[in-house]
Design a protein. Structure first.
Length: 257
């Protein structure tokens, strides 16, 4: 409950469950993928233009300019998903009954998602220039696990070990060229290291999420998180949604464009 002013006006912040955060994150991720796969690679077909050719085409074609703007806005909306997925990953780690099963599930669906991801993002069945975001989440989960292992270390040695672990995770995300790897790794580190310290967790998380402009907006949902983890949908439905939505959008582009 928040109180403001001399008239004692009260209002209650909504209580948002983990299921609610997951649903919202999936919706904005879907919007973002439509912007990339359907608008950019389907309608506009960015891969057929050089930068100069695209600039000329946008200047000459008002409809193309509008579609480019729509695609850009849809991608901006998707930026809100990143803090939510990083936050939910850390919460999931702290409540899971089996870390190994959690890690293997993420890894399995990261592998399953790679071909649909390549089809949606580059219109090819195999493209090593970028790997899907679930690989970044695998790296994040490994990082969170090792940070949890050393949480008892204090002083300078503890700080140095934590910095080395975070740096190592950033390097791995860069080497694997994972989508959104840097942002997800840093957010996961902040959510784990400052799990019981809301103020620095929120402040640092907001600063990191500015990499994707709309990311800070997601922290309203995180602030309103109730801690409730009762799933209205089977938990694996969210795992399946990622490769499925990529595959469906990739097929739509192949069929209609």
């Amino acid at each position: 409950m928040v109180q403001t002013g001399r008239r004692n006006i009260h209002w209650n912040l909504p209580a948002i469950s983990a299921d609610g955060l997951k649903n919202f994150a999936c919706v904005v991720m879907l919007i973002q993928t439509i912007g990339i796969a359907v608008i950019e690679h389907g309608v506009i077909q960015l891969e057929n233009y050089t930068q100069q050719e695209l600039s000329l085409a946008l200047a000459e074609d008002a409809d193309l300019m509008v579609m480019a703007g729509v695609g850009s806005v849809m991608q901006l909306i998707g930026g809100m998903a990143l803090p939510l997925f990083a936050f939910l990953l850390v919460e999931g780690f702290r409540h899971t009954s089996s870390y190994r099963k959690y890690l293997l599930s993420l890894l399995l669906f990261a592998v399953i998602s790679e071909v649909p991801y390549d089809m949606a993002m580059s219109r090819s069945c195999l493209d090593f220039s970028s790997q899907n975001a679930m690989f970044a989440l695998v790296i994040c989960l490994l990082l969170v696990y090792f940070l949890h292992m050393v949480e008892g270390m204090k002083g300078v040695p503890g700080i140095l070990v934590r910095l080395v672990l975070v740096f190592g995770a950033v390097v791995w995300a860069a080497l694997f060229r994972t989508q959104y790897g840097l942002c997800l790794v840093l957010l996961a580190a902040v959510f784990e290291l400052f799990h019981d310290r809301p103020a620095p967790k929120m402040l640092l998380g907001i600063l990191i999420s500015l990499m994707y402009v709309t990311g800070p907006l997601a922290f309203y949902g995180i602030w309103c998180y109730s801690g409730e983890r009762k799933d209205r949908l089977p938990k694996y439905a969210y795992y399946v949604f990622y490769p499925l939505h990529l595959l469906v959008l990739a097929l739509i582009v192949r069929i209609f464009f």
